[in-house]
Design a protein around this ligand. Structure first.
Ligand code: DGT
Ligand code: MG
Ligand code: MG
Ligand code: MG
Ligand code: MG
Length: 271
């Protein structure tokens, strides 16, 4: 078929490939969720319904994209780790970025009535999205540590703040009370003034949500302890290392700053 004389404009669509073998992180973040959470009367500081809805939307992304091997969420944001050897959309940046945030957003809206049945959605929420490349496992570990440390710092601060406000202080007074306090002082304030042991607050609020896949059970009992975990390969009897792309997506509220989480799942950070 002959090309139309307009077809040349296609050449303006420039390639935007992501560096081969680099770890890919996509982070989405709710746009204007300060206002959005007020409009929809989210509980302060944490609304478990809204957080569970975020987790559900993230699960949709992992169910659809097997190369997303890990996701971490807190507040109005989620980070997705795409395995380093992924050939998803030939590693085209804007295709990956836009597809993930689009699916996340539609799933968030789709599942809204299930998680907040008595709160009609007042207007369409949106999320921004960015792609970050990391050259090695160290930066990936530090990236997720950064997000989880942020979860902790914000949650401790917000928990104190809303305790003070709910006890009768103005928001201005609460801010002033908290000014310059370190985390030890905040823990003590919660305990002595509000009888709250911070460590007893749900881990979902303190640690954020981590989504991973569970590897299928290792069929060979001789290698059940051997890492990396082997799974059945394409050819009968031939086994290959598990890459984190199959198995059920589960949510955990665990520490991901320490080594344990990653040692248990060596496929997340292949050398
Ligand atoms: P942005 O991201 O620049 O468009 O602006 P925001 O307003 O989304 O700000 P951001 O992302 O820095 O902070 C997230 C906001 O969402 C923050 O104001 C607290 C709110 N938020 C998130 N989760 C909850 C929740 O469970 N309960 C309540 N009350 N607020 C929440
Ligand atoms: Mg933001
Ligand atoms: Mg936001
Ligand atoms: Mg945010
Ligand atoms: Mg099309």
């Amino acid at each position: 078929m002959a090309k139309s004389r307009f077809e040349y404009v296609r050449d303006f669509e420039l390639p935007d490939p992501l560096l081969p073998s680099a770890y890919i992180v996509v982070r989405i973040d709710g746009r204007g969720f300060h206002k959005f959470s007020d409009t929809h009367t989210f509980e302060k500081p944490n609304d478990v319904r809204a957080l569970n809805l975020m987790d559900r939307a993230a699960k949709s992304v992992m169910d659809e994209y097997e190369d997303v091997v890990l996701a971490f969420g807190e507040s109005d944001e989620y980070s997705f780790l795409i395995r380093r050897q992924s050939q998803l959309y030939n590693r085209r940046r804007s295709k990956i970025n836009s597809s993930i945030v689009s699916l996340f957003t539609s799933s968030y809206v789709y599942h809204w009535p299930t998680y907040l049945p008595n709160t009609p959605l007042q207007y369409p929420p949106s999320f921004d999205s960015r792609v970050i490349l990391y050259p090695s496992a160290k930066e990936v570990r530090d990236y997720f540590s950064w997000r989880q440390a942020d979860t902790h710092i914000n949650n401790l601060q917000n928990t104190c703040f809303w305790c003070l406000v709910k006890s009768g202080l103005s928001t201005k007074e609460a801010n002033k009370t908290l000014q310059g306090t370190d985390s030890k002082a905040k823990n003590e304030m919660l305990f002595s003034r509000f009888a709250i042991n911070y460590n007893h607050i749900p881990p979902q609020f303190r640690k954020g949500s981590t989504l991973v896949r569970s590897p299928p059970p290792d069929l060979d009992e001789n290698t059940s302890d051997v890492k990396p975990v082997l799974v059945p390969g394409d050819r009968k009897g031939k086994r290959r290392p598990y890459e984190g792309t199959t198995g059920e997506v589960i949510v955990v509220w665990e520490d991901i700053i320490g080594d344990r989480f990653w040692e248990d799942r060596p496929w997340l950070l292949p050398p």
